[in-house]
Design a protein around this ligand. Structure first.
Ligand code: ADP
Length: 491
């Protein structure tokens, strides 16, 4: 009987379930949108019950459509949107507040109060102080429900990132665990001692009894007893870390960039964390057995979203893929630079207050130049992060693995390769997040025997080679730097 790994990829905008076979092919995928609420400016929330039901729906749909039975499934690999925070009642299993989504900034005031603790927090967690991470979100929830602190101290409340919440539900309340990659995004987990950190818990006044047990990423977490036949949950990892593994970035120095709404660049830095005072964060990439691998990470807030902006706000294109057609319809950008700082700038600048700008317009500028310059900005922002990675690791990055919606744009990927002077590898299977979760689960269950076996099934569809002259790159770098500086001055 042919067996598959069932992956659940619970993302911010949708939940996907996929069946992945031994050759790393997706046999079938089922997807459902998940709603976000925006109760106030900068607040982003989800109904945790909705999120859970979307998981049940995609699993049921997948089994119904494929006519497969549970015994066709080897094990489950779970991957999820990171940092999103759920607090629920231990007795009823019901959330006590909406899930606070990673993008939500409602707990910014809590972070502002501890702004002087930057080094203390960075040395323990590898993170910068930001409402993006879970700790201040938990604090916010405890402060905004009746007797929150007291109930948490009495052990009546449980906290989890989405992975813990889903495992709790899938196991009929039996599993209360998280994996080390998700834990490393909470700002409560010490990435040196690999334990919840008492001093951080004290800083946020969060009782330890509400935290889940932390396990390796590739690990038997328990049975999904709610589903018939007790499927084994054999891996859990945050989505970007799963994508790093799914891209086969298993050696120190390997880098991947995901071009979705935002861009997430991660570099495998091996077995020791590096703490840098620049704009990147240090995080745990995965743990297999006792071996922990670390990564440095930089996120660009607006990547593919700038193409949505061209489509929906500027009304220059009707669908995202049209951007390529227009971009190659002109010979160059005619000196136009777009800085899509619509919500400020992420790594390596972390400038919340600046806003987008366009430079170099003339009477000769056309819509094509504008579109081309917008695509270029996605690659240029990614280059800013990769340059930081090169500085920190003291190594030139010779190749980049790419995925995400906008990686299907050949113009963009060629430009990325050109300005980085590096090869860009596009994998055959772009669902690298699910693939990573499947690989981690299959390693733990024995579906795949070794990382080498997994590497051998990983397939590359296309390689972009750099072609641009050094002189041209120098001019672009110079102009882009000026554009960023000017954008940051305009406040
Ligand atoms: P997410 O997981 O963040 O929802 P996806 O990986 O699904 O993102 O990618 C969607 C993003 O990629 C959108 O912002 C869209 O504008 C952009 N995108 C999709 N296809 C293309 C394309 N061919 N060229 C440029 N951008 C694209």
């Amino acid at each position: 009987m042919k067996k598959y790994i069932l992956t659940i990829d619970q993302g911010t905008t949708s939940t996907r379930a996929s069946l992945i076979d031994k050759e790393g092919n997706i046999f079938y995928k089922s997807q459902q949108e998940v709603k976000c609420f925006f109760p106030h400016d900068g607040w982003v929330e989800q109904d945790a019950i909705d999120v859970w039901l979307s998981v049940l729906n995609v699993i049921n749909d997948l089994l119904a459509k494929t006519n497969l039975i549970y015994s066709n499934i080897d094990s489950i690999g779970l991957t999820n949107q990171r940092e999103t925070t759920v607090v629920w009642d231990k007795k009823t299993g019901m959330p006590v507040y909406n899930a606070l989504v990673w993008q939500s900034r409602q707990s910014a005031y809590i972070c502002d109060k501890i702004a002087d603790k930057v080094n203390f927090v960075r040395e323990k967690t590898g993170l910068i102080i930001n409402p993006y991470f879970s700790a201040s979100k938990i604090r916010f929830i405890l402060d905004h429900i009746t007797n929150g602190q007291k109930r948490a101290e009495k052990g009546e409340l449980m906290f989890g990132t989405i992975d813990s919440w889903l495992m709790y539900k899938l196991s009929n309340s039996k599993i209360f665990k998280t994996d080390i990659t998700n834990a490393s995004r909470t700002m409560l987990f010490n990435i040196n001692t690999l334990k919840w950190d008492d001093e951080l818990l004290e800083l946020f006044n969060i009782p330890k009894c509400m935290l889940p047990e932390v396990c390796p990423s590739s690990h038997f977490f328990g049975n999904a007893s709610l589903l018939k036949s007790n499927l084994k949950i054999c891996a859990v990892a945050g989505d970007q870390q799963a994508a790093l593994f799914g891209q086969n970035c298993i050696k120190e120095g390997d880098v991947k960039s995901t071009y979705g709404t935002g861009c997430f660049v991660l570099m495998n830095i091996g077995e020791k964390p590096i703490y840098d005072k620049g704009g990147l964060i240090t995080t745990i990439a995965w743990q297999i057995d006792n071996n922990v691998t670390y990564a440095i990470e930089g996120s660009v807030f607006v990547g593919g979203a700038s193409v949505q902006w061209l489509r929906d706000q500027m009304r220059m294109i009707t669908k995202a893929s049209d951007s390529e057609k227009y971009a190659i319809n002109c010979e160059d950008n005619l000196g136009v630079y777009v800085v899509p700082a619509f919500v400020g700038l992420g790594a390596p600048y972390w400038d919340d207050d600046c806003r987008g700008a366009v430079f170099g317009l003339t009477r000769a500028t056309t819509k094509e130049h504008f579109i081309r310059a917008t695509l270029n900005s996605i690659a240029l922002q990614t280059k800013d992060v990769i340059k930081e990675m090169e500085r920190i690791s003291n190594k030139k990055i010779e190749s980049l693995r790419v995925d995400g919606g906008a990686s299907e744009n050949s113009y963009l990927m060629q430009y990325q390769s050109d300005i980085l002077e590096a090869k860009v590898f596009l994998p055959k299977n772009l669902e690298t997040t699910s693939l990573g979760a499947a690989y981690l689960a299959g390693l733990s269950s024995g579906y795949w025997k070794s990382i080498d076996e997994i590497s051998s099934v990983h397939k590359i569809l296309k390689i972009y080679e750099p072609k641009m002259s050094k002189e041209e790159i120098q001019i672009i770098d110079y102009k882009w730097k000026k554009a960023i500086e000017a954008t940051r001055l305009f406040k």
